[in-house]
Design a binder for this molecule. Structure first.
Ligand code: ADP
Length: 429
C-alpha cells in the first residue's frame, strides 16, 4: 500500500523538525542568558507534546486514507468484475455488437463483431474503415441524428460476402453513444435460394413428362387408330414411370432430411451383399461382371434402410453408366483393433466416366452430365444427392475418382460407431 511507504519517512522528518525547533529555542535562550537546562527541558516538553499530537493527527489521517483506499480498491475490483461479466456475455452472443460515438467511431466491439470483420482492435477506427460499408455507416449516423432506432438488411462484400440484419439505436442515458447489432442471415438467405431453386427444378422435372403424357394422350384422342395407340401408350407408361420415380426419390430425400438419423446396429456387409445379388440380373442383362469383395458380416451403427439406399444408388449407377466390362464392389472394414473406426464402401466400374468439370456438380440435386442419357436409363438426377445427404448425416464422406471413357470409383467412408458387442457376437456366432 502506498500509505505505509510514507509513514516512516514522514515521522523521521517530523522528529528532525521538532529537534531543530528545540535546538533553535535553546540556542536563542542561551544567547539571551537564560538557564539553558530549564529552557531545554521546557522546549523539549512542548516539542514532544506537539509531536505526539501531530503523530496522533497523522495516524488518524493515515487510517482514514487507508479506509478510502480499500473502498476504492473494492470499487475498482467490482467494476472490473462487472466489465468482465458484460464482456463474457457480449462475447457469447450470436450477434455482432458495436458501440460507436456519434461519428461512427468504434468504442467497443464484441468477439463476433471482431471476427466478422477480421480485426483484432477496432477501437478508435471508424465503422466505414473496418467494414467498408457505406450503408452501415449511414445506418449509425441516422440513428445518431434521429430519435428512432434504425434498421435494415445490409450486404457486405468485405472480408467475405455476407448478408446481415442491422439495427442501430441510442439510449437516453448516454445520447452520445450509438449501439449497433448485426445478425448474420447469410445462411438463411442461401437456404431460401436453394429452396426456391429446388422448387423450380422439381416443377421443371415434373412438367416435362406431364407435357409428353398430355401430347400423346391428345393424339390418341384425335385418332383412334390401334396402330397409333400401340405407339403412344408405351410412351405414356414410360413417362408415368418417370413421374413415379421422381416422386419416389423426392420422398426418400425428404424423409432423409426430416430429422436426425435414427441409428441402430446394422449389418452393413450383409446389406451390400444383398444389394449386389438384387442387381445381378440387371448386370447380367448388360453382360456386365458384377462382383463383391469384403467380409460376410460387418456391423456398424447406422440406419439400415438408408444404407440399403446408398448401396442401391451407387451400384445401380455403376451398372447404368457402364456399357461393358465390370462393376466391382468392395467393403473394407477397419483393422481388427478398430483403431481408425472407419468402414469404406468402394464401387468401381469400367464405364463412361465423368469429365473433370462435372465432378464437383454431380452430387447436386437434378444435376446430370448427359440429360438425355440419364432420362433414357430412367434416371432422376437425385440418386447421388440422396447418397451424399445420407452419408453426411451419418458423419461420413463420399468422394469420386473418374476418368472419362475409362470408368469411375465412388468411395463412401462411414464411422463404425459403438457396436463392439454386436461385432463380437457375430464373429463368435
Ligand atoms: P441419375 O438419376 O441421372 O443417375 P444421379 O444423381 O444418380 O442421377 O447421378 C448424377 C449424374 O452423375 C448422372 O446423371 C451421371 O451423369 C453421373 N454419374 C453418376 N454415377 C456415374 C457413374 N458410375 N459413371 C458415370 N457417370 C455417373
Amino acid at each position: 500500500m502506498p500509505r505505509s511507504g510514507f509513514r516512516w519517512p514522514f515521522r523521521a522528518l517530523l522528529a528532525v523538525a521538532v529537534c531543530a525547533v528545540a535546538a533553535g529555542l535553546a540556542w536563542v535562550s542561551m544567547r539571551k542568558g537564560f538557564n539553558p537546562g530549564w529552557i531545554l527541558v521546557a522546549t523539549g516538553a512542548i516539542a514532544g507534546a506537539l509531536a505526539a499530537h501531530m503523530m496522533q493527527l497523522f495516524d488518524g489521517y493515515e487510517r482514514e486514507a487507508g479506509r478510502k483506499q480499500e473502498q476504492l480498491d473494492d470499487l475498482l475490483l467490482q467494476t472490473r468484475e462487472q466489465k468482465n461479466a458484460v464482456d463474457a456475455f457480449a462475447d457469447g452472443l450470436d450477434v455482432a455488437i458495436f458501440v460507436c460515438d456519434r461519428r461512427a467511431t468504434i468504442e467497443y466491439a464484441n468477439r463476433l463483431a471482431r471476427e466478422m470483420f477480421n480485426i483484432d482492435r477496432p477501437q478508435g477506427k471508424t465503422l466505414l474503415a473496418i467494414t467498408l460499408s457505406v450503408d452501415l455507416e449511414q445506418l449509425v449516423l441516422s440513428a445518431a441524428s434521429g430519435e428512432d432506432p434504425q434498421e435494415g438488411e445490409l450486404s457486405f462484400s468485405y472480408p467475405s460476402d455476407r448478408i446481415a440484419l442491422g439495427k442501430a439505436w441510442k439510449h437516453s442515458a448516454s445520447p452520445g453513444r450509438i449501439y449497433l447489432s448485426l445478425f448474420d442471415i447469410s445462411d438463411l438467405r442461401r437456404l431460401e435460394r436453394i429452396r426456391k431453386d429446388f422448387v423450380a427444378n422439381v416443377s421443371h422435372e415434373l412438367r416435362t413428362p406431364m407435357t409428353i403424357i398430355r401430347a400423346n394422350a391428345e393424339t390418341m384422342l384425335d385418332d383412334d387408330d390401334p396402330e397409333l395407340r400401340q405407339r403412344y401408350l408405351p410412351r405414356i407408361i414410360t413417362e408415368v414411370d418417370r413421374l413415379s420415380s421422381i416422386t419416389q426419390d423426392l420422398l426418400v430425400l425428404s424423409s432423409a432430411e426430416s430429422g436426425p438419423v435414427r441409428k441402430a446396429p446394422c449389418d452393413f456387409a450383409d446389406t451390400v451383399r444383398a444389394t449386389v445379388s438384387q442387381l445381378t440380373t440387371k448386370a447380367d442383362e448388360k453382360d456386365l461382371q458384377l462382383s463383391y469383395d469384403g467380409p460376410k458380416h460387418f456391423v456398424i451403427e447406422a440406419n439400415g434402410s438408408q444404407m440399403m439406399q446408398v448401396c442401391l444408388n451407387l451400384i445401380e449407377n455403376a451398372i447404368k453408366y457402364t456399357p461393358s466390362g465390370t462393376v466391382h464392389v468392395e467393403l473394407i472394414a477397419p483393422a481388427d483393433d478398430g483403431s481408425d473406426g472407419i468402414v469404406t464402401l468402394r464401387v468401381t466400374d469400367t464405364g463412361i466416366g465423368i469429365a473433370s468439370d462435372h465432378i464437383s456438380r454431380i452430387f447436386e440435386r437434378f444435376y446430370r452430365v448427359d440429360k438425355g442419357r440419364s432420362r433414357q436409363s430412367g434416371g432422376t438426377g437425385l440418386g447421388l444427392a440422396i447418397v451424399k445427404h445420407i452419408v453426411e448425416a451419418h458423419g461420413g464422406h463420399v468422394k469420386v475418382r473418374s476418368t472419362l471413357n475409362s470408368g469411375s470409383t465412388f468411395e463412401v467412408t462411414l464411422p463404425v460407431g459403438d457396436v463392439e458387442v454386436f461385432q463380437r457376437h457375430l464373429r463368435e456366432g
